[in-house]
Design a protein around this ligand. Sequence first.
Ligand code: PEP
Ligand code: MN
Length: 346
Amino acid sequence: MIIVMQAGASEPQIQRVVARLTELGYEHHISYGVEHTLIGAVGAPEGEKEALAGQLSLLPGVERVVPILRPYKLVSREHATEPSVVRIGKAPFGRGQVSIIAGPCAIESEKQILEAAKAVKAAGGAVLRGGAYKPRTSPYTFQGMGEPGLQLLSAAREATGLPILTEVTDVRQLEEVTRVADSVQIGARNMQNYDLLRECGQISKPVVLKRGFAATVQEWLRAAEYIAAAGNLDIILCERGIRTFETETRFTLDLGGLAAAKLETHLPIIADPSHATGTHKLVPAMALAALAAGADGLMIEMHPHPDRALSDGPQSLTPKRLKTLMDQIRPLVAALGLELISPESG
Ligand code: PEP
Ligand code: MN
């Protein structure tokens, strides 16, 4: 880190910083400038840097302390300069390969999830999504079918061959969910549930980490670092909209944030235009925009009968609308020089 001294900081103030660094056993280099003196501190262990920066910033004559390395390591491009490919079942995300995840917000019945799975496959989707444990804003709304829902999702995989993705809302569900699902989703509301992140770092299935709707890109990447640091680098990030002052849409799909995050991390990043917009009418526009902005895939809510959905019906595409959107996605992906992977393409 670099300690920037205030303009005109005195020599005793500079020496006080140096003495503190020496006391802690760190090397230092002083660079006297015309206005500002800079002190480079070398050798502080990763886990101590943040606290040390806070302490040093309080010493007299210190203007600010600037970290050199990113606060996340394993997920950063400093760790792996090439983009990573993460697979859910056989569906690849990243390094020019685009896969589409689709399915209902929640698993509601055998008939519903089977119908949905067949429609996802017919449209060219590569992964089937469906929530058995739903993190709902109100405790009085449908909370998901729980374990029986997982069994139905698994049956839909049997019927179609599509790999399945489902959400965990609590560490206590993790064992049962990982036994069944091909991939585990951490929802926006749990992005900073650090116990859950750490536990997901111990599983051998890919994790889709949605961005919290009040989280910065930096906080999102640090959340991913928790999973990586606990041993699992199979992480797909998902931009699903953030809270802004705008109320025309449910959230604001932050495509600038997605593009910025892609510069920082080697992990694949997908976008969820359904939760971001809250209406099926805006899903196609945002789906295409996200791919143009560099998304490595999409997560789209689709329900065989949105008018009967128990959750998120208004933002769910019908099977027909999903098919139409996929027909728009194909030429776009080709024009971008990417490859759209669907079950038929292998
Ligand atoms: C979902 O994917 O159904 C969901 C609840 O998403 P989010 O966590 O982004 O709100
Ligand atoms: Mn939903």
